[in-house]
Structure formats: structure tokens, C-alpha cells
Design a protein around this ligand. Structure first.
Ligand code: HEM
Ligand code: HEM
Length: 167
């Protein structure tokens, strides 16, 4: 498992612990429900989406047979999403006390989180498509397989694999 996948999964678990703790705090002390939006974004953006990002970076390349479009961009994504969420939550919480920097903090964090989400959408999309050479290899392999089926011959698996490796 790639380290950035583990980092997304572990970040997700930490956000879950933080989010439910704030939830319990709000349940016990209703005045703190001023932090409802912070709680909500911690559990939804922190726990739910980070878990999805991590699992998706692991399974999409395996489902499609295409390597992840850019591992480096996935690492940048982790930083953008997590630093973004820290700032966003800070902004949500301090706005509740009318701190004048609450709004710019939330806006900066929100923009970083959004950049993270756009990066994910782009990377997942490009990974699903694969490169032109991989697509050509897949086409050739399926043509070979269907020709072999049509002629009744059994196609050795090694020839399909070597076609993929050549391209
Ligand atoms: C131990 C776990 C949790 C506790 C004790 C808890 C507690 C709370 C409390 C007290 C509120 C404020 C309700 C109000 O405004 O009066 C709230 C809101 C909310 N919570 Fe949680 N929560 C927990 C886990 C979660 C999880 C896991 C999620 C989502 C994955 C979640 C999503 C939300 C959402 C979306 C709201 C806003 C609801 C609204 O404004 O209508 N919570 N939660
Ligand atoms: C870049 C990411 C995001 C940004 C910048 C953002 C920002 C915001 C802001 C500024 C609000 C209004 C808060 C207020 O009333 O003061 C809001 C509300 C809300 N957001 Fe997000 N959000 C983001 C992602 C998400 C995601 C991924 C989810 C769910 C999966 C979500 C669910 C909600 C919900 C349910 C509300 C309504 C809260 C309520 O009025 O009770 N947001 N968001």
C-alpha cells in the first residue's frame, strides 16, 4: 500500500476521533452547538472524504489496471486537503466568536480543500482513462483474444502479456 494511501486513511481516522469528540461535547453542552458547522465538516470532509480519497487511490489503479496518473500530485493533494481542513475548521470555530480573521481563515482553508478535491477528481479521471499506449495495448490484447476465440485456438496468456509490455 502506498504511503500516501495510508496517510489518507490515518488522517481520516484522526478526523473521525476529533469529529465525534466535538459531537459528544456539543451533545453534553448545547451552547457549543455554535460549532456545528466545524463538527459537520470535520466528519464529512475529514472522515468521509479522506477515507474515500485513500481507498480510491488504492483501488482505482487496481480496478482499471492503470497506474495512478501522478503519485506526486496525490501527495500534494494530501497536504492541501488536510492543511485546508485545519484552517477551515479554525475559521468555522473562530467565526462563532466573531474573530475578524475567521472569514479569511475559512476562505483560505476552503480554497485549499477545494484544490485538493479538484486534484483528486483530475487524478482519478486520468487514471481511469490510462495513457494512450496502455489503451492501444488493451485494444490489441482484446483483438488477439477475440481472433484466437474465433479460430478456436487457445491463446497463450504470455503472448497477451508481452503485447502489453511492448507498448
Ligand atoms: C459520537 C458521534 C456524534 C455525536 C455525539 C454527534 C453530535 C452532534 C450534535 C450535538 C450536533 C448538533 C445538533 C444541533 O445543531 O442541535 C450534530 C450535528 C451534525 N452532525 Fe453529528 N455527531 C456525531 C457523529 C457524526 C457523524 C459520524 C456524522 C457524519 C458522518 C455527523 C454529522 C452531523 C451533521 C451533518 C450535523 C449537522 C446537522 C444539521 O445541522 O442539521 N455527526 N452532531
Ligand atoms: C471545499 C470544501 C467545502 C467548503 C469550502 C465548504 C464550505 C461551507 C460553508 C462556508 C458553509 C456554510 C456554513 C455556515 O452556515 O456558516 C457550508 C455548509 C454546509 N456544508 Fe460545506 N463546504 C465544503 C465541503 C462540504 C462537503 C464535502 C460536505 C458534505 C459531504 C459539506 C456539507 C455541508 C452542509 C450539509 C452544510 C450546511 C450546514 C447547515 O447549514 O447546517 N460541505 N459549507
Amino acid at each position: 500500500m502506498d504511503w500516501f494511501v495510508k496517510a489518507f486513511l490515518k488522517a481520516s481516522l484522526l478526523w473521525l476521533v476529533l469529529g465525534v469528540s466535538l459531537g459528544v461535547a456539543m451533545a453534553a453542552h448545547p451552547v457549543w452547538t455554535v460549532h456545528r458547522t466545524a463538527h459537520m465538516h470535520i466528519v464529512l470532509l475529514g472522515f468521509v472524504t479522506m477515507m474515500i480519497f485513500g481507498v480510491a487511490y488504492h483501488v482505482i489503479p487496481r480496478f482499471t489496471g492503470h497506474p495512478l496518473h501522478s503519485r506526486r500530485a496525490a501527495v500534494w493533494h494530501w497536504w492541501a486537503s488536510n492543511v485546508g481542513l485545519v484552517l477551515m475548521v479554525g475559521g468555522f470555530m473562530t467565526r462563532a466568536y466573531a474573530w475578524r480573521y475567521g472569514t479569511p481563515l475559512r476562505a483560505t482553508g476552503g480554497a485549499l480543500s477545494a484544490i485538493g478535491a479538484y486534484t483528486f477528481a483530475y487524478l482519478a479521471w486520468r487514471t481511469i482513462d490510462g495513457t494512450a499506449s496502455l489503451r492501444a495495448a488493451e485494444r490489441r490484447a482484446s483483438e488477439l483474444a477475440s481472433n484466437a476465440r474465433g479460430s478456436g485456438a487457445r491463446l497463450p496468456l504470455a503472448s497477451v502479456q508481452s503485447t502489453r509490455e511492448q507498448s
